[in-house]
Design a protein around this ligand. Structure first.
Ligand code: B3K
Ligand code: ZN
Length: 879
């Protein structure tokens, strides 16, 4: 068991830094046995600080201190104190130069924070607190400095040497070594520092900005990946154009670089001018990447690029403000993706993630506000709440202000705070000042955790021709927060008449001209809205386009849902009505006997979707997906996973059997031999045919099997090849399953990204067992040091193969706990992420809950537990 409890950091204890650093001069000597880092800082006392003690404190982690000089003079042992995680110099002048020399071992760095090696190359990850693993430094985002970086390494092994900014000098050194010096003219926090050294090929392109500047775009990848850069490069250029068009933001440096590395804890990192990407989030070709991967790459390239303004030029004052940059940037990349493809489909995908995973987080032991007020380990707060709910909060401001005032607000924000480290409140203030709107109550979205529940009841008064909505909101208690205040909720809605036509909405006592959609603003616990001139009881279409991240409680009947499914002009709500209907049908079967009837109207609704070619096929492709088990579990108060799994499978099999002919027709209709393209239409066609194939194989259809085997052999792209593989792996055709898995591996074993897909198809298959997952971990391609492999086997098993993870005997929980204990020693960040499914133990029925809790306790009792895992496990077990 860990003996010393990690410290909690509180927002209320924020103080401005006592010392500022204006300039950092870095020199890296890179060797196989380690690296020596020479750092010279131009330091001065912060005039805004009340701390006049003259004491300088720098952060450090796992550093060997080799030298320390103040204004060129060596400091004697008594003049400083090296506490390991802190270097203290008790007396420093008002202004001085400090030189620190440290020795580090990147080749042994398995945490992948700071400077480390991946596939033979050196690379860095400094956000949030990785820079302190490189040298002693005030490692906090409100210390912004200009960086100059000289990298020295063996020329043959590391021909490419990169850092932030512009390369200003290069040359040869003795012993076959060389150097490059980089200078970044923009002051930045150290979390945006980056360095890369390796044997990489360069792909070049360029972009002309709105003011006519030519920007040099470069991608650096391992030679074997040279043909997988085009999509990322195109995505980058589209992002640059979009940020100019929509936000008026022009790129500032003359070079923009992207590097792909295989071992990376997350998706990518927005280092100034030198973005570093997880290979799986940047490399793609038609042959190796699925449609989903192509889309993910476009979104992540855009996200990191957009950070150049929302994150780098204007950064966070402290890590409690993380959503300032992440929420805003996710909002930006989400709108970008919507503009590049289908707005409705993108909204459906965002809301699916939010409702399945963020709502679960908000209802669990790690629930925290968009702006948290405390943490132990900041790495644990790169959460769905900070990112996705944070984006929803910005989106609500956009809805309340409208696009023009929102743009005015973002212009003011960028102008007012360029070059500063600021707070979420500064962001809201800029929006308020530019629009003249009062967002006082709206700020509660940043302060209160938990998903609000909006209860809607309605009444129709035929005599008065008035339709009334009574709306009530509550925000549930979360750990450490009770008795919450009402939040400011934009609630978009429309009303449909019996003929399916939208009604013109006119509120009693309101002068606004009638409109087919209104955004009601909920600011109190309860409101009543009366609509006049309503000739008959309408069907309400509530929370259109999911205008706020809330749960809506309204007693929908199946008739109403079927009606909305085919008539709602809001595409999102048409999809949502289908989801609600399917949820209702599946839930009603959870406790029913095997012979209970399955709602026949669900079959006809799906038949309609499959056969009416006039419908938007991208939307149909989404509407045909049944709600996931994870979502059904999230919705249930005390979920019984096995019963939910069986009920959902029954519905799927029933639909597949009843609609066999339609599925075959849908498959053939969408199986054109056309050239592979990434348009929404083409993506929809591939989704439809692979969905059809999956359902046919689910019921063991012989014709479906033949089609899948042929598609597997003949596909000219990874989406279809993987679609066929997945369908066969999820079928009862065991021999085929083994054959295609083997053939696939033989063909793609040298491509790590494809091998990750191969792993996840198996570990996420509900036909797969825990033994099979254990066998995958013994496979030659599995690598504990590579986070992608760990995620694609262990993470996917616990997150997608829910029937096996929640096995009655508790074996899935014990398995996960065992892997977390193992991984914590080498990579605490990834270990802490893996714990997530166990943290939800209180939600599950008694036996499961107890088994999950017991598994958590075995993690808690591990000796030398990391701060990351300590925080998650202790908060989950508390209370
Ligand atoms: N800002 C990085 C995330 C860093 C995570 C550090 N544990 C990627 C992004 O959100 O763009
Ligand atoms: Zn980000």
């Amino acid at each position: 068991m860990r003996t010393n409890q990690p410290q909690t950091v509180y927002l209320s204890e924020y103080r401005v830094p006592a010392y500022l650093v204006d300039h950092v001069d870095l020199r890296f000597e890179l060797f196989e046995e380690g690296a020596r880092v020479h750092s010279t800082l131009a330091v001065r006392r912060n005039p805004e600080s009340e701390d006049t003690s003259g004491r300088l404190e720098l952060d450090g982690d796992s550093l060997v201190l080799e030298g320390l000089q103040l204004d060129g003079r060596d400091l004697e042992p008594g003049q400083y104190e090296n506490q390991g995680d802190r270097l203290v110099i008790p007396e420093v002048p008002e202004q001085f130069g400090l030189t620190v020399v440290t020795w580090i071992e990147p080749q042994n760095n398995t945490r992948l924070e700071g400077l480390y090696k991946s596939s033979g190359m050196f690379c860095t990850q400094c956000e949030a607190e990785g820079f302190r693993c490189i040298t002693f430094f005030p490692d906090r985002p409100d210390v912004m400095a200009r960086f100059r970086t000289r990298i020295e390494a063996d020329r043959a092994g590391y021909p490419v040497l990169l850092s932030n900014g512009n390369d200003v000098e290069r040359g040869d050194l003795e012993g076959g070594r060389h150097f490059v010096t980089w200078e970044d003219p923009f002051p930045k926090p150290c979390y945006l520092f980056a360095l890369v050294a390796g044997d990489l090929v360069e792909k070049r392109d360029s972009f002309r900005t709105c003011t006519g500047r030519e920007i040099d775009l470069r991608m650096y990848v391992e030679p074997r990946n040279a043909d997988k850069c085009d999509h990322a490069m195109d995505s980058l250029k589209r992002s640059m154009r979009w940020d100019e068009d929509i936000y008026g933001r022009e790129y500032d440096l003359d070079i923009f670089m992207i590097v792909a590395v295989d071992d990376f804890n997350m998706g990518a990192m927005e280092n100034k001018g030198l973005n570093i990407f997880n290979s799986s989030c940047v490399l793609a070709s038609q042959d190796t990447a699925t449609d989903a991967t192509f889309q993910r790459i476009e979104a992540i390239v855009a996200h990191e690029y957009f950070h150049n303004w929302s994150g780098n030029r204007v950064t966070c004052r402290d890590w409690f403000q993380l959503s300032l940059k992440e929420g805003f940037t996710v909002f930006r990349d989400s709108r970008f993706s919507a503009d590049m493809g289908s707005t409705t489909v993108k909204r459906i995908e965002d809301v699916t993630l939010l409702r399945t995973a963020q709502f679960a987080e908000d209802g669990g032991p790690m629930a925290h506000p968009v702006r948290p007020s405390s943490y132990m380990e900041i790495s644990n707060f790169y959460t769905l709440t900070i990112y996705e709910k944070g984006a929803e909060v910005v989106r609500m401001i956009h809805t309340l202000l409208g696009p023009d005032l929102f743009r005015k607000g973002s212009d003011l924000y960028f102008e007012r705070h360029d070059g500063q480290a600021v707070t979420t409140d500064d962001f809201v203030k800029a929006m308020e000042d530019a629009s003249g709107r009062d967002l006082t109550r709206f700020r509660r979205w940043y302060e209160q955790a938990g998903t609000p529940v909006v209860t809607v009841r309605d009444e129709y008064d035929e005599a008065r021709q008035v339709y009334r909505l009574d709306i009530h909101q509550t925000v549930p208690d979360t750990p450490g927060q009770t008795g919450k205040q009402p939040q400011h909720i934009p609630f978009a809605l429309g009303l449909l008449g019996a003929d399916g036509q939208p009604l013109a909405l006119k509120l009693v006592g309101d002068d606004a001209p009638p409109a087919e959609q209104r955004v009601l603003e909920l600011t109190e616990a309860s409101h009543s809205f009366e609509f006049e001139g309503v000739a008959a009881r309408p069907v309400p279409s509530l929370l259109r386009d999911f205008s706020a991240p809330v749960r809506v409680d309204y007693p929908w009947t199946r008739e109403q849902l079927l009606f909305l499914m085919s008539h709602d002009p809001d595409g999102f709500n048409r999809w949502d009505a289908g989801q609600r209907l399917a949820v209702d049908v599946i839930e009603s079967l959870v406790d029913a006997g095997e012979d209970a009837e399955i709602e026949p109207r669900l079959v006809s609704a799906y038949r309609h979707l499959l056969t009416d070619e006039g419908l938007d096929q991208a939307l149909v492709a989404k509407m045909l997906q049944l709600p996931s088990e994870a979502y059904l579990i999230e919705l249930a108060a005390a979920p019984r996973v096995q019963q939910i799994y069986r009920a959902r499978t029954r519905v799927m099999n029933h639909l597949a059997a009843a609609l066999r002919e339609e599925l075959l027709a849908c498959y053939h209709r969408n199986n054109g031999g056309a050239e592979y393209r990434l348009t929404s239409d083409d993506i929809a066609r591939r989704t439809l045919r692979n969905t059809a194939l999956g359902w046919l194989l689910e019921i063991g259809d012989a014709e479906g099997r033949v089609l899948a085997l042929r598609q597997f052999r003949e596909a000219d792209n990874m989406t279809d090849r993987l679609g066929a593989l997945r369908a066969l792996v999820n079928s009862d055709y065991h021999e085929d399953r083994e054959q295609v898995l083997d053939a696939f591996y033989q063909r793609w074993q040298d491509d790590p990204q494809v091998v990750e897909l191969w792993f996840s198809v198996q570990s996420g298959s509900t036909r797969g067992s825990l033994e099979q997952v254990r066998a995958l971990m013994e496979h030659a391609a599995f690598d504990w040091k590579n986070p992608n492999k760990v995620r694609s086997v262990i993470g996917v098993f616990a997150g997608q193969n829910l029937a096996a993870f929640h096995a009655e005997d508790g074996s899935g929980y014990r398995f996960l706990a065992e892997q977390v204990r193992h991984l914590d020693a080498s990579n605490p960040q990834i270990a802490a992420r893996l714990v997530t499914p166990l943290t939800r133990w209180r939600k599950f029925a008694s036996v499961h809950g107890e088994q999950m809790k017991a598994a958590l306790e075995t993690i808690r009792d591990r000796e030398g537990l990391s701060k990351d895992v300590y925080e998650v496990v202790h908060k989950s077990l508390a209370g």
